[in-house]
Design a protein around this ligand. Structure first.
Ligand code: C5P
Length: 225
């Protein structure tokens, strides 16, 4: 049996981008690598949690000791998260596409000489973090969201915490010059009910380890690594 401060706890982690089909060969996506979410899953498992990792399409190998559910679209990600409940901890690190293409074509859209290019109509995707944060019998004791922002990071993230109903927000600055999105390092502000904490820039692996420690302390206040 698992040992560690999170033994007996079930953690759900979402990671990676989602792919939203346009037709059978094309899709909309984003630059998320999945790295931060995978590191968090690994760190939570290292502290004894049973971890379900719901992952969009990424280039990362599966993690030993972590249950992997691979999905492509936001709707599949939501379904896999619902299937994983109940859990004690949910960490939504996935960069879920905000929109999908309405009426995905079932055969490849043809390019016809002289014809105008197709117009894509987008419709909103379900918000997984908001659904997991909604009060109810299955609500995890601790729900952590991410906020990728490019300006006034802390204010936007605090507002997002309220809007989504989650407990904590891990906010990061994804302006291209930071190299964070798709990169190895991260610099975060952790927003909890008690306020905002700026963490120094560190490897995503170290962000994950520190976050997992904070999560362990939430459940076992006298735990410290
Ligand atoms: O609204 P925004 O995308 O900026 O919020 C980011 C947070 O919400 C992340 O934790 C992300 O995983 C989560 N999210 C989600 N489902 C969506 C959109 C975002 O779970 N459809």
């Amino acid at each position: 049996p698992a040992t560690g401060p999170l033994a007996g706890r079930h953690a759900l982690v979402t990671a990676g981008p989602t792919h939203e089909p346009i037709d059978p060969v094309r899709y909309l996506a984003n630059r998320s690598s999945g790295r931060q979410g995978y590191e968090i899953a690994e760190s939570l498992a290292a502290l004894g949690a049973r971890v379900t990792l719901v992952s969009g399409p990424v280039d990362l190998p599966p993690l030993t000791g972590v249950t992997l559910r691979r999905v492509e679209t936001a709707r599949q990600m939501l379904a896999a998260c619902r299937d994983a409940l109940p859990c004690d901890i949910a960490v939504c690190a996935a960069a879920v596409a905000d929109w999908r293409v309405a009426g995905e074509a079932t055969s490849k859209i043809k390019k016809t000489a002289g014809a105008p290019p197709p117009t894509l109509t987008l419709v909103p995707n379900p918000d997984i973090l908001t659904e997991l944060s909604t009060p109810g019998p299955n609500r995890p004791a601790l729900v952590v969201g991410f906020a990728a922002e490019t300006d006034t990071v802390a204010q936007h993230a605090a507002a997002k915490r309220q809007r989504k109903g989650c407990d904590w927000i891990v906010a990061n600055d994804v302006r291209p010059e930071t190299g964070i999105m798709g990169g190895m390092e991260n610099e975060i502000i952790l927003i909890t009910g008690d306020g905002a904490e700026q963490w120094p820039r560190m490897d995503k692996q170290d962000v994950a380890a520190h976050l997992a420690d904070r999560i362990a302390t939430f459940f076992t206040p006298d735990f410290s690594s």
